[in-house]
Design a protein around this ligand. Structure first.
Ligand SMILES: [Zn+2]
Length: 336
């Protein structure tokens, strides 16, 4: 199934709201995490939502955010073609500084949805900035996510020292004035490494925000940032209170690092010469009897290990979110 746009993503969120499940939104900055995710999501028959942050675009483009964004989006779209699930792409934490990139993403249909983050700004400025992007995206099928409140911690190029919980009354006014399709709320999660058990999580507040929105005729799916340290029961409670999208970045970064670390630790002798051998990287040990083992140092070998470990964690996170077996792609479409 090819990459799918915002129309189908909205359909996926509506079904999730109706049936009480959610989507993990998985950050991607290179191919190994993506390949691990798409294998696990296909196996679980779940649609896959991946996210690209400005920092990931910058990394992938060797410093050029636009090149990186295009390259990541096209890689994801090309690979998605061969898999029998819908693959959606969201831009994560794009700000006014990335207006050119947002324009490029809309014009070339690089993504399914865009988060415009002006949550650091005063309320009226936040509204104005988000509304401008929502107006630009109107009619293109691309969904807009906006944030109200502040999430503590550091993620990518965004940081905040304090948490500022979202006010339910303001949330209604914010969605009405911005025309945002999705609302990211602050209810006590943290960006970066956090421990779910120590967070002052306000599940009730998420429920209240959803209630106020529904009272005003708004079925806006709610988004939870900083979900990497949440316990399974906290994820469940959040979904029961209206969260449709849970952002996961830090978790995959750790799994990647851990998988690579263990692989290289276990195969160090295949790559690092013994003490009595001269360390001759330039000539690849041509003058020595000792040789490094290509069957281990080929980066694709550690890459496969990373992909498989990402897949294992993704499978468990799909279970937490409840999105397994719910793909919009029918068996018939797969067969054809
Ligand atoms: Zn975030």
């Amino acid at each position: 199934m090819p990459f799918c746009g915002g129309d189908r993503l909205l359909e996926a969120y509506r079904l999730a709201q109706r049936d009480g499940y959610a989507f993990m939104a998985n950050n991607v900055a290179e191919s190994n995490i993506f390949l691990g995710l798409i294998a696990a999501y296909t196996e679980a028959r779940s649609d896959l939502l991946v996210q690209i942050s400005p920092g990931a675009a910058k990394f992938a483009g060797g410093g050029d955010k636009q090149a990186g964004l295009r390259a990541l989006s096209r890689m994801i779209q090309e690979i998605a073609n061969a898999f029998p699930i819908c693959v959606f792409i969201n831009l994560d934490h794009f700000t006014v500084n990335e207006r050119d990139l947002i324009e490029d993403a809309i014009e070339h249909q690089l993504v399914s949805s865009i988060m415009i983050d002006a949550s650091k700004e005063p309320f009226d400025d936040n509204v104005r900035i988000c509304r401008e992007v929502a107006d630009r995206a109107a009619g293109t099928g691309i969904l807009i996510e906006a944030e109200l409140g502040k999430i503590k911690g550091v993620e990518d190029e965004i940081s905040s020292d304090d948490a500022l919980y979202t006010n339910p009354e303001e949330a209604v006014e914010f969605v009405q004035r911005t025309n945002a399709d999705l609302l990211a709320i602050s209810v006590g999660t943290q960006h970066g490494v956090s421990k779910g058990r120590t967070l002052d999580l306000r599940v009730d507040l998420a429920g209240k925000i959803r209630e106020r929105l529904l009272d005003s005729g708004l079925k806006t799916p709610l988004v939870l940032h900083g979900s990497s340290g949440l316990l399974p029961e906290q994820v469940r409670e959040m979904i029961e209170n209206g969260i449709c999208k849970l952002n996961k970045d830090t978790q995959y970064q750790y799994v990647y690092g851990r998988a690579a670390c263990e692989f290289y630790r276990d195969h160090a002798d295949a790559m690092i010469p013994p003490a009595n051998v001269e360390d001759d990287i330039l000539n690849l040990f041509a003058a020595s009897d000792w040789s490094p083992d290509k069957s281990q140092f080929d980066p694709r070998v550690v890459g496969r290990s990373v992909q498989s470990r990402i897949g294992d964690i993704a499978t468990q996170l799909i279970q937490q979110a409840g999105s397994g077996g719910k793909t919009l792609v029918s068996e018939k479409e797969c067969a054809s």
